[in-house]
Design a protein around this ligand. Structure first.
Ligand SMILES: O=C(O)CCC(=O)C(=O)O
Length: 295
């Protein structure tokens, strides 16, 4: 997929800051046109959510969600569910931003729209992302777009600068179950005075590396906090199957944006040129490949 003309939005200083601190916050990143389009598309899903009574494949809703008073926690995989979200993430401004940071081409991983509803929308506890969907390197990053103005009481994204260079924490609870969050004892050892809360106007962007410790407080404000998130890695970084969400990240997961796949990768410091991707059309046998038969 091509991205068309890319408007450069990041300075060298922005890129250095991302490498050093593991995050960026870009105020008023989106054009008015894209912002209105994304807001209207998100609203279509709010209306659709009135027809569901509980969480399912498309929506994760709060227990008190009703048709009259929708309370959506998350729209799953927006890219697979609406052409506007697909265009935005796979060819539009989010894709261009990913290319600026990771180089061209990039590999799309997944998207989600976290609503964090008004008057009590739930917190996201401190965590790192990479344990949820390990890759062959640590290039994956997530680009978030606020679809409304987000002030402190609305539970903006909170990040611990520089923590992407620290340990990869265990996100299991002490009873051995998956918690998806850092253990409280570990959180107590972190210098939380350094946390930056990324407030921003509608259309602002947040970017965080997959190893950065981040989370957000409940929304105690009276407006919902829609945050559209999309994750990319460098083209040579591959999700490792059989662990976490890899393999269930949607039909568009793995899309290469801004060029062609090279099938080169490095694992444990050893480089190789891997076979083509046969995951969609099926693999030929070694006999067929060596005799040059087409499948
Ligand atoms: O919605 C948020 O505030 C944070 C989202 C997040 O960290 C995640 O979904 O991994």
């Amino acid at each position: 997929m091509q991205t068309g003309d890319s408007t450069r939005v990041l300075t060298d200083a922005d890129k250095s800051k991302y490498v050093e601190l593991g995050y960026l916050s870009l105020d008023s990143f989106l054009s008015e046109e894209w912002l209105r389009l994304l807001q209207a598309t998100a609203q279509e899903f709010v209306e659709l959510s009135r027809t569901v009574t509980g969480s399912g494949k498309l929506f994760d809703v709060e227990p008190n969600h009703t048709a009259d008073e929708p309370r959506i926690r998350r729209l799953n995989s927006p890219v697979d569910n609406h052409a506007v979200f697909e265009e935005f993430a796979l060819a539009g401004p989010a894709a261009q931003l990913a290319i600026e940071l990771l180089g061209s081409p990039v590999r799309f991983h997944h998207s989600k729209l976290n609503f964090k509803w008004a008057d009590g929308g739930e917190e996201v506890k401190w965590h790192q992302d990479i344990q949820f969907w390990p890759h062959t390197d640590f290039t994956p990053l997530t680009i978030g777009i606020y679809l409304d103005d987000v002030s402190q009481e609305m539970g903006p994204m909170g990040v611990l600068p520089g923590s992407h260079n620290g340990p990869l924490h265990d996100l299991y609870a002490t009873d051995g179950s998956w918690a998806g969050a850092l253990n409280d004892q570990v959180v107590k050892t972190l210098d939380m005075d350094k946390v930056k809360w990324l407030q921003g106007s509608a259309g602002s962007a947040t970017i965080h590396n997959c190893c950065l410790i981040h989370g957000s407080m409940p929304n105690t404000g009276n407006r919902t906090r829609p945050l559209l998130l999309q994750t990319y890695s460098a083209e040579g970084s591959y999700p490792i199957s059989g662990i976490g969400a890899n393999g269930v990240t949607g039909a568009k997961s793995g899309t290469i944006i801004g060029g062609s796949p090279r099938q080169t990768l490095e694992i444990g410091g050893r480089a190789m040129h891997g076979a083509p991707d046969w995951s969609r059309q099926g693999a030929p046998t070694i006999f067929g490949s060596q005799q040059k038969e087409t499948k």
